[in-house]
Write a protein that binds this ligand. Sequence first.
Ligand code: ZN
Length: 74
Amino acid sequence: MGLGDRHQKKDVEAALKRAEAAGLKVTRTGKNHQWGWVLCCPCNRKHTVPCTPQSPGEEARYIDRFTRRHAHCA
Ligand SMILES: [Zn+2]
């Protein structure tokens, strides 16, 4: 993730950093209220990250769950 690609919600941004640290790929899309994706390349699954989640804390937990589920794949 380059500079300027941070998520505006710090809880979500922190979860995205944890996903990257676990070896998953974070991709910025920036289309249609979609901030981007967290991708697991080995099994080709992705979690879509909204730009403005209703609950940033909840969205961060979804990302963490995806990360835990896929950390073994990387
Ligand atoms: Zn996976």
